[in-house]
Design a protein. Structure first.
Length: 542
């Protein structure tokens, strides 16, 4: 990936690749090599899958190369994370721009101060909402200025259309006395002016935020304890790309928590490794400790209790992976962690809110999309590829079967050889069907399934009984996806493309389990908003 001048440069020369990774060792081999070891170098030892380890650098040399925290950055990260700060900065700058816009509006249209304030707040909220819906706050997008620019332009165009409707038809609804709505030409001019101001504020906001990021104000320094497969997986997963944007990983071997190190035949590399791990964490200015020691290895939790008591958060390997990837990792599933961790709970209030949202949004979308649905029906009927509507048995909550409705997008004999995986480039898809699938128009009839209670707006995609039976036998924990209703959209759908294999099913299951485990009403709204982005930019495999 090409270097982007707006993104932060690596802290020191000993950072490997695109990410910020440091490794610290206490092995005899590294102790003997201390005099010849270059401090800007990270040595990595790669074995086969069974003996995969991470080889560590000298802690003393690493610490010497590390500037004090006060000189390194202003620690904003413990106060607010980068995503929240980004939204707050955008809201602040766009809000100021919209206040200026309402002042211009008052010269064109007679409105009261209260109306101007409400309109400025509404237009700011709308701008942030549209930017969020089109994924302008995702870390992967932040690292690619070309994609970010495209998303931002699309957001400004959509925001312009919505503001036009508000100004032209809704202005008098805000404290209506003595107010007349501007004509269409005035409304469009005012909406366009607002969009230009929003775009300018967005550029300023992002310049400030990238400047703070480049100064590492949001860097989260993580001490990873472990030297086996888990530590290597963390290094490969989080040490590059967008996930390295705010995370700086520092690896130390398991020996740092061994109370009997003094009796070990290995010479200590430096005084730093002789002290308790909580002192090492404070010396290295650690924000969080991740326990990534491989399963089966015996170790004491007592040193980690001291760290936690000292105000340094300590998290398990699985919790850290889940938080950073937003999925439940099934490569190395730890069932005890799933059992003891929070989640997999939905209160009666949550269920009631979810059902109310399903009914309201489905009714509105069905009404709004009726003209599009009629055009799709006509197009399929002209194609004469079979009946316009298609129904098929699918599986929903608790394994219950139901009839799912869709507009036909495949040839009538598509499954003459039995059920098959469907993919984005499936040759069985008709020309009209490809267009309908591209914008998810074929799924509009599923809103009827939602109103009937067979499905929800958000949830795991419903599969055919044949694939459910097959995958339940072959994929661990697959049946858990049926603990909630199937959905039209979902966390897996907005993060992963069409699945056409068992491997795709496993990866989508990871996202589905994350959604089920961490369910909240706000997450439900977030997924619905981000579904707008999927209509124009389908997700890619990760």
């Amino acid at each position: 990936m090409a270097f982007d001048p707006l993104l932060p440069r690596p802290l020191d020369q000993h950072v490997s690749g695109e990410g910020r990774i440091r490794v610290i060792a206490s092995t005899e081999k590294n102790a003997q090599a201390e005099s010849s070891f270059r401090r800007d170098e990270i040595h990595e030892n790669s074995r086969d899958a069974e003996g995969s380890t991470v080889q560590f650098a000298d802690v003393q040399q690493l610490n010497t190369a590390m500037p004090p925290r006060s000189k390194r950055y202003a620690p904003l990260r413990p106060i607010v994370n980068f995503g929240t700060a980004l939204i707050a900065l955008d809201a602040a700058f766009i809000g100021i721009a919209q206040v200026g816009w309402t002042e211009i509006l008052r010269d064109w249209v007679v409105i009261k101060t209260a109306q101007a304030m409400v309109l400025a707040a509404l237009s700011t909220f709308l701008s942030i909402l549209v930017l969020y819906a089109l994924d302008a706050y995702r870390r992967e997008i932040l690292m690619n200025l070309g994609v970010l620019t495209t998303r931002a332009i699309a957001a400004f165009v959509l925001n312009n259309a919505l503001l036009f409707l508000i100004v032209h038809y809704g202005l008098s609804a805000i404290d209506a006395a003595g107010t007349t709505d501007p004509d269409a030409a005035q409304s469009e001019m005012l909406a366009l002016l607002s969009s230009v101001l929003v775009a300018g504020a967005f550029v300023i906001s992002r310049t400030v935020s990238y400047s703070l990021l480049a100064r590492r104000c949001f860097t989260h320094r993580v001490l990873v304890v472990g030297s086996g497969k888990r530590a290597r997986y963390l290094k490969e997963l989080l040490g590059h790309g967008s996930r390295s944007l705010v995370n700086e990983l520092i690896f130390v071997p398991e020996t740092v928590i061994d109370n009997d190190r003094a009796k070990s035949s290995l010479e200590p590399v430096a005084d730093l490794t002789d002290g308790p791990i909580d002192e090492l964490a404070r010396t290295l200015q650690i924000d969080e400790i991740v326990v990534a020691i491989d399963e089966g290895q015996q170790f004491s939790f007592e040193p980690f209790v001291a760290c936690k008591a000292g105000g340094i958060p300590v998290v398990s390997y699985n919790c850290f992976i889940e938080r950073e990837t937003k999925r439940v990792d099934l490569n190395r599933p730890d069932l005890s962690w799933l059992v003891y961790s929070d989640g997999f709970r939905q209160s009666l209030a949550d269920a009631a809110l979810k059902r109310a949202l399903d009914i309201f949004v489905s009714s509105v979308l069905l009404f709004i999309s009726t003209p599009i649905l009629v055009l799709a029906i006509v197009a399929v009927a002209i194609g004469r590829d079979g009946p316009v509507f298609f129904k098929q048995q699918r599986v929903t909550k608790d394994g219950r079967l139901f009839w799912l409705y869709k507009i036909r997008t495949m040839r009538q004999d598509a499954e003459r050889n039995g059920p098959q995986w469907s993919s984005a480039q499936d040759p069985r898809i008709t020309y009209v069907g490809a267009i309908l699938r591209r914008f998810r128009i074929d799924e509009i009839p599923q809103l009827v399934n939602v109103l009937k209670g067979d499905m929800s707006l958000v949830g795991p995609r419903p599969e055919q009984p044949f694939f459910v039976e097959q995958l339940s036998r072959e994929v661990r924990l697959y049946s858990l996806r049926h603990s909630v209703k199937a959905g039209i959209t979902g966390w897996a759908q907005i993060n992963y493309p069409y699945g056409a294999s068992k491997a795709d099913a496993v990866r989508k299951l990871e996202y589905e389990l994350y959604y089920i485990k961490n369910y909240s009403f706000l997450q439900e709204l977030s997924i619905l908003l981000q579904t707008v982005r999927v209509l124009f930019w389908p997700p890619r495999a990760t």
